[in-house]
Write a protein that binds this ligand. Structure first.
Ligand SMILES: O=C(O)[C@H](O)[C@@H](O)[C@H](O)[C@H](O)COP(=O)(O)O
Length: 225
C-alpha cells in the first residue's frame, strides 16, 4: 500500500478538507460502534482543523480525544498542547468529548506512563489519527536521535512512553509507533515547501532517521504551500 498524497490550492481548503475527512470517519465509526477515539497532534499547524471540527455536528459525547504527544509542562503553559486543544478543539460541540490529558502533573513523564496506558487501553485501536511532522521528519514526539526512540518504534512498544530529545525543548510523553500505526485511519497534515521536501526525504529514509516514514504507507498526507 503506498502513501495517498493530496495537494490543496491553499491552507484554508486543506484545513476544511482534513476536518471533513476526520469528521466523516468518526461519524462512520460511530454508526457501528459505541465509541470512537480521535488522536491529534500539537504544534502550530492543526489549529484551523480543530476550529472547524469543534463546530461539527458529531455525537462528541461518544468520542474520546487524546494527543499524540505532550510537552511536560502545566496545562496553562504557552507550550502546552492541551492548552492548544482547549482553545481550538474542546469547545462548542466538541466540548462534549471525553479528553485524556497526557499531562498528569507528575514530576516527570516517566511516572505517568503506566496510568495513562491503562486509561488509553479501552479506547484502542485509535479510530482516527492526525499526525504533524517537523522538518526533521519527527512526528508526535518520536524525534530522530531521541533517547528511547528505538524502544518507542519497536513493534512491542508500550503504548505511551516518556522521551527526551535535543530537538524537544522539554521532556515529552508520546504515543508510540505500534499504537499509532494500528489506527483505523491515519492522516498527516503538513504545510509549506520545507515540509514537502522533508516528506520526500522521509519517503527514502529509514524510520529511525525519519519516524514519520513508519506511517506513510497507511496514511493520507495532506499538503498545501
Ligand atoms: O508537540 C508537538 O509539537 C507535535 O505533536 C509535533 O509532533 C508537531 O506535530 C510537529 O512538531 C509539527 O509542528 P508544527 O505543526 O508546529 O510545524
Amino acid at each position: 500500500m503506498s502513501m495517498d498524497f493530496k495537494e490543496y490550492p491553499d491552507r484554508e481548503m486543506l484545513a476544511l478538507s482534513v476536518a471533513d475527512r476526520i469528521a466523516s470517519q468518526l461519524a462512520q465509526h460511530l454508526r457501528g460502534n459505541d465509541r470512537a477515539t480521535l488522536c491529534v497532534p500539537g504544534g502550530t499547524s492543526p489549529a484551523p482543523v480543530f476550529e472547524t471540527l469543534s463546530g461539527t455536528d458529531l455525537d462528541w459525547s461518544r468520542v474520546t480525544v487524546v494527543l499524540g504527544d505532550e510537552r511536560w509542562v502545566d496545562g496553562d503553559h504557552k507550550r502546552s498542547n492541551s492548552r492548544l486543544l482547549r482553545r481550538h478543539l474542546l469547545k462548542d460541540k466538541a466540548a462534549a468529548a471525553e479528553y485524556i490529558d497526557l499531562y498528569t502533573g507528575d514530576a516527570s513523564p516517566d511516572l505517568a506512563t503506566d496510568g495513562l496506558a491503562e486509561r488509553l487501553a479501552p479506547t484502542l485501536p485509535l479510530t482516527v489519527v492526525l499526525l504533524g511532522m517537523g522538518n526533521d521528519m519527527h512526528t508526535a514526539s518520536l524525534f530522530p536521535g531521541a533517547d528511547h526512540l528505538k524502544a518507542a518504534m519497536a513493534p512491542d512498544a508500550a503504548p505511551v512512553m516518556a522521551i527526551r530529545a535535543e530537538g524537544a525543548e522539554e521532556p515529552r510523553i508520546t504515543l508510540t509507533r505500534p499504537v499509532l500505526a494500528d489506527a483505523l485511519n491515519i492522516h498527516v497534515l503538513i504545510m509549506g515547501p520545507e515540509k514537502r521536501e522533508a516528506l520526500e526525504r522521509a519517503q527514502k529514509s529509514d524510520p529511525m532517521q525519519a519516524p514519520i516514514r513508519a506511517f506513510l504507507d497507511q496514511a493520507t498526507v495532506h499538503w498545501a504551500e
